[in-house]
Write a protein that binds this ligand. Structure first.
Ligand code: NDP
Ligand SMILES: O=C(O)C1=N[C@H](C(=O)O)C[C@H](O)C1
Length: 257
């Protein structure tokens, strides 16, 4: 079965990669692609439709899934439209930077439609999350610091992936809280987790967790070298989720199957 995918934010850094990744996937095709100004930039291989007509495009094209990499407000609007659509359409989003309130509303969409949110669609990051949890369990009392580095156009900090890694660190050890961008005269507080967000040039995305103590250090690093890796993971997720029943799914559900 060919899974028909609608792409939002199609002229964005990720939207363009998603259009290309759908084209490369043997079981997927673009149902339609939207951006807010379809008269502006072009995307090779697909006509662009106006984002303002997203609801009616869902009705006329009946895609199996939407793949969304936009911004938190837009992602929520697109998810609401999928919930309201007559035919079932799954919503796969990699958008990050949601407020707690917005994220709760996004997750509620999973009561009506198949929903999958992942802050990082690189398979290596899923492995990193697992390994970080194990390292924290194995090294109680070690100082933990997290450094994430991205291009200078990224809006949210810390990154969605950093937040996911922080949850994994905190779930697997005893910590005193997070210290974002340390400064001042005080030494490191025992048990704090240092969090550092670098923004520079066109770096695709790096995450490093440092664990240090006992005259030794462990550094666990993931480096994405091309955005295509995120897009391929998101399209794999869309192909997997099409036809699933309503519910909230994780990228690990796709990888582990
Ligand atoms: N989960 C993952 O693996 C990854 C997640 N991301 C996340 O994806 C999101 C998009 O990243 P990226 O493609 O680099 O961003 P870009 O700014 O390059 O693209 C975002 C696109 O979203 C659309 N958009 C809709 N509403 C808004 C809004 N209110 N503000 C800005 N843009 C809006 C715009 O397209 P238009 O005007 O055409 O509608 C824009 O082109 C971010 O949240 C990022 O963190 C990024 C990489 C990987
Ligand atoms: O904005 C980006 O570029 C990226 N965002 C995601 C995040 O916030 O974790 C994933 C990836 O690191 C690239």
């Amino acid at each position: 079965m060919t899974v028909r995918i609608a792409v939002t934010g199609a002229t964005g850094r990720m939207g363009r990669e998603v259009v290309a990744a759908v084209g490369d996937h043997e079981d997927a095709e673009v149902a339609f692609a939207v951006n807010r100004d379809p008269d502006g930039e072009r995307v090779e291989g697909v006509p662009l439709e106006p984002a303002a007509e997203f609801d009616s495009l869902l009705a006329t094209h009946e895609p199996d899934a939407v793949v969304d990499f936009t911004g938190p407000d837009s992602a929520l609007e697109y998810a609401r439209a999928c919930v309201e659509a007559d035919a079932t359409v799954a919503f796969v989003t990699g958008t990050t930077g949601f407020s707690d309130e917005a994220f709760t509303e996004l997750e509620e969409a999973g009561e009506s439609i198949p929903l999958l949110h992942a802050p990082n669609f690189a398979r290596g990051v899923q492995a990193l999350v697992n390994v970080v949890g194990q390292a924290v369990r194995n090294l109680p009392g070690y100082d933990v610091e997290l450094v994430e580095t991205h291009h200078n156009g990224k809006r949210d900090a810390p990154s969605g992936t950093a937040n996911r890694l922080l949850e994994e660190i905190e779930d697997n050890g005893e910590f005193a809280g997070r210290n974002h961008g340390r400064e001042g005269e005080e030494p490191r507080e025992e048990g704090e987790i240092g969090v550092h967000a670098l923004r520079a040039g066109n770096i695709t995305g790096e995450h490093e967790v440092v664990l240090a103590g006992n005259d030794e250090e462990v550094r666990l690093t993931h480096r994405a070298e091309d955005r295509g890796v995120f897009a391929a993971g998101a399209v794999d997720a869309a192909v997997w989720i099409a036809g699933q029943k309503a519910g909230r799914y994780e990228f690990s559900d796709v990888i582990d199957e």
